[in-house]
Design a binder for this molecule. Sequence first.
Ligand code: GDP
Ligand code: IMO
Ligand code: MG
Length: 421
Amino acid sequence: MFTILTGAQFGDEGKGKVVDLLAEKYDIIVRFQGGDNAGHTVKVGDKTYKLHLTPSGVLFGKRLLIGPGVVLNPRVLWEEIDTLRHSGLEVDIGIDPKTTIIMPYHIELDSLREKARSDKIGTTKRGIGYAYIDKIARDEVQMGDLTDPARLQAKLEEIAPAKEKAIADMGGDPTVVRFQPYLDEYLEIGARLKDSLTDVSLEINLALDDDKMVLAEGAQGAFLDVIHGTQKFVTSSFTTAGSACANLGVGPVRVDNVVGVLKAYLTRVGEGPMPTELKNQMGEHLREKGHEFGTTTGRPRRCGWFDAVLARKSVYLNGYTELALTKLDVLSGMDPLKVCVSYDLDGELLGYPPESTEEFSRCIPVYEDVPGWSEDITAAQEYDELPKNAREYVEWLEGLLQVDISAVSVGPGREQTIYRE
Ligand code: GDP
Ligand code: IMO
Ligand code: MG
């Protein structure tokens, strides 16, 4: 069985929690895009794990894979593996040798660009975009190169002059490109990870031939997708479900289901349009109650009402077969709740987001009021234990999106999850 799970909004929907919940049933959990710009939180008992590269199935000791469509900072991965092993977890990880490596100069270029330009994207400054540029330009360093010092050296000879010039032109320090201590550290990590290299496409296809269960864990969210998101305020990878097949080398007919993770309201971190953003007390309340601060950068997340117009598009972009709705507990005590059901663009009512980011940024949300509930729902175990208005909110969203909401999350803990028939 092959399941793809993706974020249905602007990232941070609670993918880490949902992957951890599903992972028990799966044999392999694999990351297929993005890099350590992701921050996936898994809370078990009183322990909280913030994972940037390690797939969120690690707490069940499952086989973990990093596919070649990921951009990998080896330092971050090594530190993460080390910390997890020190906390007593078994980390059985396989990395595709074709995985693009984020070099220190990618991070430098990302920071310089954000500093220099007035049209900031608000990136995580992890070098993501610049690493993907090099992949497309065929100037990348790959994971396999880190296990062969001579090959890495030869590649760098080719690549270095253009990188040094780019950094110098942007006012940075070009010596970072060939800084030997960095290269030595990368090679050392390469040597440690040499035995973990694997052909991820082959491993997944063989596992599926064997009727094993494979779960592809998306990072970011639909509207950060480099094609279908709110360009240019997006990440540099393909974040929707179809990308899992292309990036992992698995045929689309092998996909059995596609799970979307949706927050019961909306958040966004970084720049870019967000029609339902609440720049008021209510937005502050959501941020405080939902602890909406970036897992990777600590930046406050922008908060707003649930946007059903965007969610509808996400259902199309991903072809969801089911949805997990997270953070319903955060809405307790807000009455009435609002849900954006259409946009007003220059006097015209739209039920689907416009393609142009410029037009999207001018959309004014049209809301429907939905009655709220006052009860704390964080201890609810069964769907019937939820207040009537909370159930109606879930069912109303389900009706709007025409996809089953099969799980409702009412807190960060594993046990704070309600499964629906
Ligand atoms: P991801 O990037 O999609 O994995 O999401 P993040 O981990 O960046 O952000 C989600 C945050 O919400 C994490 O701190 C989770 O522990 C927390 N969380 C997940 N589900 C729930 C929920 O249902 N209720 C509450 N209150 N917190 C949740
Ligand atoms: P997870 O997987 C939320 C945002 C950044 C910025 C834009 C581009 O935890 O949901 P980048 O560094 O990728 O070039 O930044 O994308 N962004 C995220 N926002 N969750 C994420 O990941 C994100 N990864 C990147 O804030 O706006
Ligand atoms: Mg996150």
